[in-house]
Design a protein around this ligand. Structure first.
Ligand code: FAD
Length: 353
């Protein structure tokens, strides 16, 4: 088995290339993703224990929304049904526990104490390292788009190699549309996403877990994390940015987003009103039309598979995706209709958050 990667595991242009990614169980009424998160967290933990790398941080995850927030209500129902440990907090409870947050417009919260943060870039590197131990051959090269219809015998690489295999899985994240422009060019929307880290005041422990968990302001589409590894408070807008090319987009944050984020931090975390921006990242989501993953066979190449469409929430699900793909490839397991190519439209209509 060979793993071919164009730029190196979790390089800084990959969607998985950030230091941290949230793993949470809440998905509104979407039980499928709640169950996949549960399964994935157990597998991540098992993998980190086996490889002796503490790459999951149990910061807890706090959802916040208005009194009438329908998604929070549905999240609570689904979490109960799936047996997830969580706590519901009213406004007074939130204020008592998190005095460093300003709760304008917030009526209630859901706290998942067992959820948290995956150290993403390092987790990917650990997976690649472990796969080499298990006999997978790793090559740094760009896989060229196969052209023949029917059964594909070889894939050519940018280094002039030809790799033969029974099955080819293209898990190319935001590059899927570039590798398969005819089929996916209009079905994968790579959107620019800017991430900021605000330096916390010296000696201030209010922005470190457990005082501050990982947090999501549901209706504002804003999320962030406590100070991890001294990078500062992480914050990002979850709204989709402009369409970008993952190879060439600028990795410098824009003045407009900087201004927006600064204002937001001042509103929600008043003690950080004048905090310096200590670090920034620019990444891209690899969105499908509605946010459901894309896991399916190429319509004309019978042994070529697409695996991707993480749509800004895919990292946590890595283990469950791996298990599902293995079932599809090796055991002919039944397919989940939501992941099929035929359900992917060329216009965006986000439904999964
Ligand atoms: C800012 C940001 C925040 C996010 N937050 C979260 C979060 O909190 N929780 C969460 O669960 N998810 C989150 N996500 C989403 C998650 O990170 C992605 O869904 C996930 O990392 C996608 O992984 P991937 O392997 O599909 O894509 P990638 O990580 O982009 O990997 C694809 C790889 O394919 C390689 N490649 C492409 N073309 C070729 C080729 N032709 N030949 C060889 N190699 C090739 C690329 O070099 C790349 O390394 C976030 C994403 C972003 C950008």
């Amino acid at each position: 088995m060979a793993l071919v990667e164009a730029y190196g595991p979790a390089h800084s242009r990959a969607s998985s290339g950030g230091e941290t990614r949230i793993i949470r169980m809440g998905y509104g009424a979407d039980e499928l993703y709640t169950r996949w998160s549960q399964k994935s967290l157990a597998q991540w933990k098992e993998f980190f224990a086996a490889t002796q790398q503490p790459l999951f941080l149990e910061t807890g995850v706090l959802w916040m929304g208005g009194d009438g927030d329908e998604r929070l209500r549905q999240t609570s129902k689904t979490l109960k049904r799936c047996g997830v440990t969580f706590e519901e907090l009213d406004r007074a409870g939130l204020e008592r526990r998190y005095p460093q947050i300003a709760f304008h417009g917030i009526g209630r919260g859901i706290f998942e104490p067992k959820s948290g943060v995956l150290m993403a870039r390092r987790a990917v590197a650990a997976v690649v390292e472990d796969s080499a131990r298990l006999g997978v051959e790793y090559r740094c090269a760009q896989a060229m788009n196969p052209r023949e219809a029917g059964r594909v015998e070889h894939i050519a690489t940018s280094r002039g190699e030809r790799i033969a295999s029974g099955e080819f899985v293209f898990a190319c994240g935001p590059w899927l549309g570039k590798v398969f422009p005819d089929v996916l060019g209009l079905r994968i929307f790579s959107s620019r996403q800017e991430v900021f880290f605000f330096g916390i005041p010296a000696g201030d422990t209010r922005f470190v877990a457990p005082a501050l968990p990982t947090w999501l302001f549901q209706e504002d589409l804003v999320y962030g994390m406590p100070d991890i590894e001294g990078r500062g408070l992480k914050i990002a807008f979850d709204e989709h940015g402009e369409r970008v090319d993952p190879d060439t987009q600028s990795r410098i944050v824009s003045p407009a987003m900087t201004e927006l984020v600064r204002k937001y931090v001042a509103r929600r975390f008043p003690a950080l009103k004048d905090a310096p921006i200590a670090e920034t990242r620019v990444c891209q989501y690899e969105n499908t039309s509605n946010g459901d993953f894309l896991i399916d066979r190429h319509p004309e190449m019978e042994n070529v598979w697409f695996v991707g469409g993480g749509s800004g929430h895919g990292f946590k699900h890595g283990p469950a995706v791996g298990e599902y793909v293995t079932g599809q490839l090796l055991d002919g397991a039944p397919a989940e209709a939501r992941f099929l190519l035929e359900t992917k439209s060329t216009t965006q209509n986000r439904a999964v958050y």
